[in-house]
Design a protein around this ligand. Structure first.
Ligand code: GDP
Length: 463
């Protein structure tokens, strides 16, 4: 998981809070101290950290005063503190601006800029694959004539990913190549044309001039700056320098897989009010995660990312049209049973890259995935064992069958069925409860989507 160390520390600090019998100033101060230390360790700017501390404190104070007036209990206090921390972490990585979203049925030109080595060429291919998997016809144009071998690299990546590409071994003018490539693909009615530009020149000013000239020639709908996370807080200066020349609309932060200090880069970029659209999380073509402030923080704190998970399921379904039909139909009707959740878990297991996907599942403890693929696989297997111990009618249910209710119809806990399943699967009632909660959350999403314009169109809107 991206920033796993930071996530584990933040999660640990919030756990301390959950365990505290009384929430007083000492407990809150200890929580804030640990939060701030963790953020500083992830290279987040001191000023931003100190602002976060002040804001959380102020928010908590205000909410607690209000809660006290209304006769608040300890549990509520905990919620207040947790919510304030969550909200402030979100605003730390939230630039507060919306990026351009490629639209189907028109040609969307995206141009990538950034210094050499940031991961531009790799990211361009990842982006093309991302859009292709979502039904866009995407292609690549190599406008980097400065670096020997740039075209070969793009060609190799594109061929591997089966993405059409354009470039030239003989033409030396990057502006001409970019214009020709975009023109060709525009005529061929591609949906997403991604232009990769050079990242180095003899003089920095020449690099910026070239970016501007290419931009004028291809008129991109969105210019994306690709930025290496390992530069940490320096990301702010670098992105400002680029912004002054090529006015880009979005940023992709790469190499977050290897850098514990990536928090610095993400928060520094957010401070420039430019939306981060994706994170690069590895060298492979699929190692690209969509970035949105709330799901990012939610995942970081071990609270999962249901929307990301659903999108992922949708991708998997696309790769397997028969399943897609089935799943789409069920979701359209707003139905999602434990059996469906079980099938999704098996799909996830067959997709590889478990630790990344597992971090999207709510209720899996943070840090659990630190053990890597093996541990993530073991955990997912336990979840499947739980469903193996269920009877047919239980699998086909939405999970309410496992809950006891009082006379007034309020849920009062899990019933004997849940205990039987825990025993039968060699797991604990708590784990059964987690699985039921996940299935319930997925069902909730399905109902929401089904109740509106149908699941598929909701998915499309989310792209
Ligand atoms: P460019 O010069 O900006 O076009 O950078 P490249 O695309 O050639 O990438 C430079 C190096 O970074 C290559 O070895 C890539 O495999 C690697 N790279 C790119 N993105 C990522 C990422 O998200 N994670 C990791 N670990 N490596 C990456």
């Amino acid at each position: 998981m991206v920033l796993a160390d930071l996530g584990a520390r933040l999660h640990g600090a919030l756990n301390q809070l959950s365990r505290a019998s009384v929430v007083d100033d000492t407990v809150i101060d200890a929580l804030l101290k640990e939060l701030c230390a963790a953020l500083l360790e992830a290279d987040v700017n001191v000023k931003l950290v100190s602002q976060l501390r002040t804001k959380v404190k102020a928010k908590v104070k205000k909410s607690l005063e209000e809660a006290e007036k209304a006769g608040g209990r300890e549990a509520n206090k905990k919620n207040v503190v947790q919510k304030a921390v969550f909200d402030e972490l979100v605003s730390l990585v939230d630039p507060g601006t919306e990026p351009y979203k490629p639209v189907k049925g028109k040609t969307n030109v995206l141009m990538a800029v950034g210094i050499q080595g940031a991961g531009k060429t790799t990211t361009c291919t990842k982006l093309a694959v991302h859009y292709q998997r979502r039904g866009f016809r995407s292609c690549l144009v190599c406008a980097d004539t400065f670096r020997a071998g740039a075209f070969d690299q793009l060609k190799q990546n594109a061929t591997k990913a089966k993405i059409p590409f354009y470039g030239s071994y003989t033409e030396t003018d990057p502006v001409a190549i970019a214009a020709l490539g975009v023109e060709k693909f525009r005529k061929e009615r591609f949906d997403v044309i991604i232009v990769d530009t050079s990242g180095r020149h003899k003089q920095e000013s020449e690099l910026f001039e070239e970016m501007v000239a290419i931009g004028e020639a291809v008129r991109p709908d969105m210019t994306i700056m690709v930025l290496d996370a390992s530069i940490g807080q320096a990301a702010e200066g670098q992105s400002r320098a680029f912004k002054d020349s090529a006015d880009f609309g979005a940023i992709i932060v790469t190499k977050l897989d290897g850098h514990a200090k990536g928090g610095g880069a993400i928060s520094a970029v957010a401070a420039t009010k430019t939306p981060i659209i994706f994170l690069g999380t590895g060298e492979h073509l699929h190692d690209l995660e969509r970035f949105a402030p709330q799901p990012f923080v939610s995942k970081l704190l071990g609270m999962g990312d249901v929307q990301g998970l659903v999108e992922h399921m949708q991708d998997m379904a696309r790769a397997n049209p028969d399943r897609q039909k089935d799943l789409a139909k069920k979701l359209e009707q707003g139905k999602f049973s434990i059996r469906d959740w079980r099938e999704q878990l098996s799909n996830i297991m067959s997709m590889g890259s478990l630790s990344k996907i597992a971090s999207m599942i709510p209720g899996l403890p943070a840090g659990m995935m630190d053990g890597g693929e093996e541990e993530a696989g073991a955990k997912l297997k336990r979840m499947i064992f739980i469903t193996d111990a269920m009877r047919q009618d239980e699998l086909d249910s939405d999970g309410t069958i496992f809950v006891s209710f009082d006379k007034a119809g309020n849920p009062i806990g899990l019933n004997r069925r849940a205990k039987r399943v825990a025993r039968g699967s060699g797991t604990s009632v708590r784990e059964v409860e987690e699985l039921l909660a996940q299935a319930r959350m997925m069902a909730g999403m399905a109902r929401q989507a089904g109740g509106q314009n149908g699941w598929m169109s909701t998915m499309q809107k989310m792209q």
